[in-house]
Design a protein around this ligand. Structure first.
Ligand code: FES
Length: 367
């Protein structure tokens, strides 16, 4: 495997980890309240300048909930002037009046909106916010009226997997250009809640069948079906390989090769201390999993290592305690039983408490 460093293509700005929703499948760390909003708009501007100079072209803006950042319109405008292709990843909840048109005028290209269900009660159950249904639907309508591209993202768990057919119809009615049926991956809060969230293999197969049936009708809305790790026997090529494509900056200014990398025992640099070029090319953390010299013998000798790069580092660490291990989703991993045991335990559990992602639960779980 080559160690050649190509520039980052896709930058994600996490403007805040505050969020009006409390989804139990959130990938954020359990101690997310420790992440402060430490980046000013000029800090974000400098990050964009430096990333664009290196060749980055895609810019995602997310959170938490990015609509909570008062400088959002200016940040989008700056990105647009730099000729980034901009994507706002949002819950659509708590949106200031008229913001969608302002974002459109600032040059925003795409909105990725989370819609968890066509059904009000299910939406409230999943988000723990009783206003979420009305606010999301109103936001989707504003996006369409403004002429922006609408990507609807539906995170799938045991709570809504039986609704996939209705959700597809609903997304179509809302005018979605794309729908992502995203079977969730189990990180952060989702891993904490796995016993309440994981669906069965049969439910997954049925959801896939329903999705394929819709696709066969060749409608305008494209539907993607993201397969969950826990029912696979080979890992995903997480982030297209560590430090190859993707760079995220969290609200503290910490630069990360994936959204959850700061769960790993590595020291990640802050954009306030280093340039994006220094971080990407020279930092210990971004170089750590490039190439294959870090791999243990299972991955190093595997003829599929160029395909999946040993799988997800965050998942390996979360499930084995060793970030250099093969991703235990892989059936060749010595720890594959951790995944299969978790699946069995989850499916046998019918009364698991749901830990909503909020400050109170965060403090209870981490202090
Ligand atoms: Fe961090 Fe996969 S999510 S490497």
């Amino acid at each position: 495997m080559t160690n050649e460093i190509k520039p980052p293509l896709w930058i994600l700005l996490e403007l805040t980890h505050k969020c009006p929703l409390e989804c139990s499948y959130c990938y954020n760390q359990l101690d997310f309240t420790n992440t402060k909003d430490a980046m000013s708009k000029t800090d974000w501007f400098r990050v964009m300048d430096e990333a664009r100079d290196m060749g980055a072209v895609q810019l995602g803006i997310s959170g938490g909930e990015p609509l909570l950042n008062k400088d959002l319109v200016e940040i989008v405008e700056y990105a647009n002037n730099k000729k980034f292709y901009t994507n706002l990843i949002t819950s659509g909840v708590g949106a200031p009046k008229g913001i969608v048109q302002k974002l459109k005028d600032a040059g925003l290209k795409t909105v990725q909106l989370g819609i968890q269900s066509h059904d009000r009660n299910t939406m409230t159950l999943i988000t723990n916010n009783k206003n979420s249904y009305d606010e999301k639907i109103a936001f989707a309508k504003e996006v369409k009226e403004a002429g922006l591209q609408l990507i609807i993202n539906t995170c799938i768990t045991r709570q809504n997997i039986h609704q996939v057919g209705e959700i597809i119809e609903f997304a179509d009615e809302l005018g979605g250009n794309y729908l992502e049926i995203a079977n969730i991956q189990y990180y952060g809060w989702a891993l904490k809640n796995i016993n309440a969230l994981l669906p069965t293999q049969e439910q997954l197969d049925e959801a896939k069948k329903v999705t394929d049936f819709y696709r066969s009708k060749e409608k305008a809305m494209k539907v993607f079906f993201v397969v969950p790790d826990y029912f696979a026997d080979r890992p995903k090529a997480c982030m297209n390989g560590w430090g190859t494509t993707f760079l995220t900056i969290n609200p503290d200014g910490i630069a990360l090769p994936c959204n959850t990398a700061n769960t790993l025992p590595l020291e990640f640099p802050n954009v306030k201390d280093f340039s994006i070029e220094q971080i990407w090319n020279e930092s210990h953390a971004f170089n750590y999993f490039r190439g294959d010299s870090w791999m243990n013998p299972t991955c190093a000798s595997c003829d599929e290592k160029e395909k999946d790069f040993g799988g997800c580092r965050c998942q390996a660490f979360a499930l084995t305690g060793d970030m250099n291990e093969a991703d235990p989703v892989c059936s060749k991993s010595d720890f594959h039983h951790v995944v299969t045991d978790k699946v069995q335990e989850s499916l046998a559990t019918t009364d698991a408490k749901i830990w909503y992602r909020n400050r109170k639960n965060s403090l209870e779980l981490t202090t």
